[in-house]
Design a protein around this ligand. Structure first.
Ligand SMILES: C[S@@+](CC[C@H](N)C(=O)[O-])C[C@H]1O[C@@H](n2cnc3c(N)ncnc32)[C@H](O)[C@@H]1O
Length: 219
């Protein structure tokens, strides 16, 4: 089960960070470039998305960037931290395109096959049930839809660790283990790449296969 900080304490950490999160130096150093990498990777493989989900959305900054890029998209964020969700809702009060719900990656409060794009940035290493979270991403994707996952890749310079890793529990899986979880969730990996954004990052682009054609009777 969980190692290190309990889920409750971890949420408390993010709740406390939430009011200052958008002003944090991490936005410029880490999160902003990661968001750009994820949106660019989606664009390289996918058509313009209508419905976008961000799992572990924080205060909604990736969705804000996605909304500027795809002005007709509906943007949904799920996060385990009440404080992060409160900040996101406050910023987007009255904007019908945006909605934010508290929830856990392993039990998304969302319907099957309802998104063209599912993103997650710098959150996966916090998930208590990483394989369940990827299965949930696959469940809510429409056939042909894309899951783009970006997370810190270990090892990286230990001197940077305290600056980059916040929120206690961290389970950094090696890329081959992440790929295996993605494939076990019946998604096909279309791209896997490494990039640098103050730390080493790993990014996966994975597609949900199209539904098989219904077989036609021979009579
Ligand atoms: C470092 S922040 C990154 C936020 C955002 N993705 C970004 O790029 O700015 C990690 C976020 O993941 C959320 N989180 C951690 N574990 C989660 C889980 N199991 N389900 C949903 N959200 C989770 C935290 O509450 C926090 O808001």
């Amino acid at each position: 089960m969980m190692r290190g900080m309990s889920p409750k304490r971890r949420e408390g950490h993010f709740d406390r960070w939430a009011p200052r999160y958008d002003r944090s130096i991490h936005q410029k150093l880490v999160f902003g470039p990661v968001h750009e990498a994820v949106l660019g990777a989606f664009e390289a493989f996918g058509a313009v998305p209508g419905d976008i989900l961000d799992i572990g959305c924080g205060t909604g900054r990736l969705l804000e960037a996605a909304g500027r890029r795809w002005t007709g998209a509906r943007l949904i964020g799920i996060d385990a931290s009440e404080g992060m969700i409160a900040e996101a809702r406050h910023k987007h009060d009255g904007e019908v395109r945006f909605s934010f719900e508290r929830g856990d990656s392993s039990r998304l409060p969302l319907e099957d096959a309802s998104f063209d794009a599912v993103f997650s940035t710098v959150s996966f290493h916090h998930w208590g049930d990483q394989s369940g979270g990827i299965r949930e991403a696959a469940r809510v994707l429409r056939p042909g839809g894309l899951f783009v996952l970006a997370d810190i890749r270990m090892p990286f310079l230990s001197i940077l660790r305290p600056l980059v890793i916040r929120g206690g529990r961290s389970n950094f899986l090696p890329p081959r283990a992440v790929r295996q979880l993605i494939e076990e969730a019946s998604l096909s990996v279309e791209a896997e790449r490494r990039f640098w954004s103050f730390s080493s990052f790993q990014l996966f682009v994975a597609r949900k296969p199209d539904a098989p054609e219904p077989s036609k009777g021979t009579a």
